[in-house]
Structures are given as structure tokens and as C-alpha cells.
Design a protein around this ligand. Structure first.
Ligand SMILES: NC(=O)c1ccc[n+]([C@@H]2O[C@H](COP(=O)([O-])OP(=O)(O)OC[C@H]3O[C@@H](n4cnc5c(N)ncnc54)[C@H](O)[C@@H]3O)[C@@H](O)[C@H]2O)c1
Length: 490
């Protein structure tokens, strides 16, 4: 059945549409790319030529194959050219009114058997379908950025989708070399429902001054192994698109955490949309701003708390003297919050920082309200000597990495608990849609359910954010001594 799709239309050749057109052309389908803005049309053409040109230079395509791919794509500004298409994918901005107007036009222009698909990240496919006379032939086909690289396609069926159409479209996705995950119509589907709250949370923490932009990016990249930090990813997705997705999520959930962080609105209003406008959270020309390298002057250090990694021994190995708290020029408290509770018991509270070693590449360095800037600088310097990237942050529950990671894991448990998607589909979607090294349930198993549950309790106690409270299922599994949700569901 999937073989019935031979001619496709792609409407909107921006960040996503240009890549989607390339994916179809590479799989041998004839593509008509429609773009309202003539300059964007030229950029779409340039994208195809550039991308296939790079593949040619790397020996991944021959000159003849490249010419064939380019020859399969026709560029136009007229929707009327889609009359013969078997399938049309819409990739215009994430605004419901624009999409509904476009689908009304597509319904008029396209042959009755044509399937009309939307690449929306979050909007209701059902509401889009309802503007047409063929709601049974309307479906979500959600690609990921960059479309030629990311393997996932979320196929979104609605209550009105024709029986069998989701399977046909999933078959088409496989023909494109993608892995489909089929789900029902809920704001954000699987990936954006889990991803955007995390990105928005990072923006909110930045606004609250928990840590700096580059430090948060480094923490998530080096500490968790994500392909990029949240601000680099927001810039890649586009801040306008991210803003709109958060709005849609908030409208459906009324969860404050989904309400777009004010900094997103400010940047979007200023026209700073991320990569597509040349500047967003990051500016491409701007060098990353690591904290200044300084050689620590403290020679005598005291280490408080559990020392699982033999941190004190590493410090002595690097030539630092380990001493009693009274004599120390620097005191580090390992892995316990709030750090300030320990600071107030010390003779020199200004000399204490909290230290959380994450993986083997980074360490969060938490300053309390009493920590002197000099102490924070010295602590960061000695971490560099030990080969770790310091992530300076405030003394707040779970610091940076876990504060961002645990609510995301909690959201995944809630999604599974709601029956929306299976554990396996959620793990697959996050790995193939975002390039994550592990899915949320694999990460939960690695960290331990009890550790994450306890971390969520600490976050809830500090921030009082209702959605930080551990999902009931997570709580129950810990109580029951179950070690893996993956075992439970298989
Ligand atoms: N950016 C991402 O990472 C990403 C990932 C997956 C899905 N999406 C979704 O894909 C869709 C497109 O997002 P984007 O980031 O590519 O947006 P974009 O702003 O980069 O591109 C949209 C393009 O559509 C064109 N356009 C607008 N109205 C049109 C019309 N009526 N007819 C033809 N062209 C029109 C615009 O000129 C623009 O070139 C959105 O629904 C978004 O949520 C985005």
C-alpha cells in the first residue's frame, strides 16, 4: 500500500520543509516544493543543492545520483501545482490559523484520494483535519530536525483518520529509511511533550540566574551526553517555533511549566529566532564563553560529606593539601543540598562551595549566599586541574543537571502511566527524534528509580511546582521494590 505514494508535495520550505523535500527526493519520489516567500523558495533550492553537493564531495553520492535527486524536485510558489500529488506534507509556521487556511486550500486543490499530512509539532491534527471535506485522509507526519538526519517520524492518527491509513504512512516512513512511531493526537505527541518542557525549564532557570547559558549547555552535553545543550537546541529548532509549541502545550495542560519562559517571548519579539535569523540565545560568530581560566591559589582544602569517587585522594594526588575545616582555605561539601546549611556551621562560611560530580567530565560548583566570589573561582580552577569542566551554579535543590533531568524523566513516567505510549515507543522516540544516547526509561534504570524519586521530592519541596512531585507510578514502584519500569512493561 505504501507504494501508492509516488508524487508528493511539500508546502513551506523553511527549517523543516527543505529537509523533508530532500528526504522524499532521495527515496526516489517526485517532489513539488511550494513556498509562499520567493526568497525562502530560493533558500529551499539552495538547501537541496548544498546538501547533495556535500554528499557528493564526501563520496556518498555520484554526480549522476545527485543530478537525479535534484531533478526530482520542482520548486513553485503556486499551490495549484499540487493537483496530482498523492500526498502533501505541510511545513508552514506553527500557527493554527495559518494551517487551517492552508488545509482548506489544499482540500480544494488536491485530488480526493490525496493524503494531506501536517508536520505540526504540537497542534491538534484533529482540528486541522476538521477544516477539510476529507478528515479521514488527514494525518500527522512529524519529522525531526534536521529531517535528512533524524530517523524518527511520529505518525499521528486522529479519531477520524481512515482505518489503515496510519499503517500506510508508517510504511512510507520506512521506505524513506525512517522509524515510525504511531500515536494518538495529543499536544506535543511523544517527543515535544517531553522535550519542550525541559527546554523551557532550562530557559526559566537561566532567567532565575541558577547558572549561565554556556554552563547549562555544557552541563547537559558533558554531564548527560546529550548531542547539544538546551540553548543550542532551542536555537536549532527556532525560538518562534519553540514558543508556539510551549503555548500549545500550556493551553492543553494549564501546567505552568509549559508556559513559555518570558525570555523566549522577548527574543522572538526582537526577531532573534535562533539559527534561521542568525542569532538567538547564541550568536554564531560569538565565541563560547567559558569562565576565565585561573590557577587556584588555595593549597589547603577540606572535603565534607560522602566521598564516593575518592575526590579527596584525587586532590592530594594533584598536589593539594587536605586539612581540617578550621585550617582550610577552601571547603568543598560533596553532593548534599542545601549547601548553606553546612556553611552556617563553619567558622568561615565564605570559604565553602557545594560540589556535585556528574559523570567523569563535569562538576557542578554551587555557591551559597555566603560563598565569596574568590572561593567559587578557586573551586572552578581546581576542578579544571582535575580534568573536569566546572558548572558554576546557585545553591538550589538538585543544582542544574538533575533539576533539568528528573522532571523530564517524571514526565515520561506520567506519559506511560496515562496509556498514551509504550515504554519502548517513548524510549525509541527520544533516541531517534532527539539523538539522545538513551531513552528516559533506560536513563531511569541507570540512575535508579529511588534516586530519581527522592530527587523529585527534593525539587518539589524547594520549588513547590506540582509537576515536580513524583509520578504516583514511580512512587509505587519504589515502594514495591521494583527496579525497572522496562521489566514491568515487557
Ligand atoms: N523547527 C523544528 O525543529 C521543527 C521540527 C519538527 C517539526 N516542526 C514543525 O514544522 C513546521 C514548520 O516549522 P519550521 O521550523 O520549518 O518553520 P520555518 O519558519 O523555518 O519555515 C516555514 C516556512 O513556511 C513558509 N510559509 C508560510 N506560510 C506559507 C504558505 N501558506 N504556503 C507556503 N509556504 C508558507 C514560510 O515562508 C517559511 O519559509 C511547524 O509546524 C513546526 O512546528 C519544526
Amino acid at each position: 500500500m505504501a507504494g501508492t505514494f509516488e508524487t508528493v508535495g511539500v508546502v513551506g520550505l523553511g527549517t523543516m520543509g527543505a529537509g523533508i523535500a530532500e528526504v522524499f527526493a532521495r527515496a526516489g519520489l517526485a517532489v513539488t516544493g511550494v513556498e509562499a516567500d520567493p526568497a525562502a523558495l530560493e533558500r529551499g533550492r539552495g538547501h537541496l543543492e548544498g546538501s547533495t553537493g556535500r554528499a557528493l564531495a564526501r563520496g556518498r553520492l555520484t554526480e549522476a545520483e545527485r543530478a537525479e535527486i535534484i531533478g526530482r524536485v520542482t520548486f513553485t510558489t503556486s499551490l495549484e501545482d499540487l493537483g496530482d500529488a498523492d500526498l502533501v506534507i505541510e511545513a508552514i509556521p506553527e500557527v493554527m490559523d495559518y494551517k487551517r487556511a492552508l488545509f482548506t486550500d489544499l482540500d480544494r486543490v488536491c485530488k480526493p484520494s490525496a493524503v494531506l499530512a501536517t508536520n505540526t509539532s504540537s497542534l491538534s491534527v484533529t482540528a486541522i483535519a476538521a477544516t477539510t471535506t476529507r478528515p479521514g485522509r488527514v494525518i500527522g507526519m512529524h519529522f525531526f530536525n534536521p529531517a535528512p538526519v533524524m530517523k524518527l517520524v511520529e505518525v499521528v492518527r486522529t479519531v477520524t483518520t481512515d482505518e489503515g491509513l496510519a499503517d500506510e504512512v508508517a510504511g512510507l516512513a520506512r521506505r524513506l529509511g525512517k522509524t515510525p512511531v504511531t500515536v494518538g493526537d495529543r499536544a506535543g505527541f511523544v517527543v515535544n511533550r517531553l522535550l519542550l518542557p525541559y527546554l523551557n525549564h532550562a530557559a526559566a532557570l537561566l532567567e532565575n540566574g541558577l547558572a549561565g547559558r554556556d554552563d547549562i549547555d555544557a552541563a547537559m552535553k558533558l554531564g548527560v551526553g546529550l548531542p547539544m545543550g538546551p540553548f543550542a537546541l532551542l536555537d536549532l529548532i527556532g525560538l518562534d517555533t519553540s514558543y508556539e509549541i510551549c503555548e500549545v502545550l500550556f493551553r492543553e495542560t494549564r501546567d505552568r511549566r509549559h508556559a513559555p519562559a518570558p525570555v523566549l517571548r522577548e527574543l522572538v519579539t526582537a526577531g532573534l529566532l535562533g539559527r534561521k535569523s542568525g542569532q538567538g540565545f547564541h550568536c554564531p560568530e560569538e565565541p563560547q564563553s567559558p569562565s576565565p581560566h585561573e590557577k587556584p591559589s588555595a593549597a589547603s582544602i577540606a572535603v565534607l560529606g560522602e566521598d564516593p569517587g575518592g575526590f579527596a585522594a584525587q586532590l592530594s594526588g594533584a598536589g593539594f593539601k587536605i586539612v581540617d575545616v578550621e585550617d582550610a582555605e577552601l571547603v568543598v561539601a560533596l553532593s548534599s543540598t542545601p549547601v548553606v546549611e553546612q556553611a552556617v556551621r563553619l567558622p568561615h562560611p565564605d570559604r565553602l562551595v557545594g560540589l556535585h560530580l556528574v559523570g567523569d567530565q563535569i562538576a557542578e560548583v554551587a555557591s551559597t549566599a555566603l560563598t565569596s566570589p574568590e572561593t567559587a573561582r578557586v573551586a572552578a580552577g581546581l576542578l579544571r586541574i582535575l580534568g573536569r569542566t566546572p558548572v558554576p551554579c546557585k545553591d538550589r535543590a538538585e543544582f542544574v543537571v538533575d533539576a533539568l533531568l528528573y522532571p523530564y524523566l517524571n514526565d515520561a513516567v506520567r506519559m506511560y502511566e496515562s496509556g498514551y505510549a509504550s515504554v519502548e515507543d517513548i524510549d525509541t522516540a527520544m533516541k531517534l527524534g532527539c539523538g539522545y544516547p538513551a531513552g528516559p526509561f533506560e536513563t531511569l534504570d541507570r540512575l535508579g528509580l529511588a534516586t530519581v524519586r527522592d530527587g523529585l521530592r527534593a525539587l518539589y519541596a524547594e520549588y513547590r511546582e506540582p509537576s515536580f512531585a513524583p509520578a504516583p507510578l514511580l512512587d509505587q514502584l519504589v515502594t514495591a521494590g521494583v527496579r525497572s519500569i522496562r521489566d514491568l512493561s515487557s
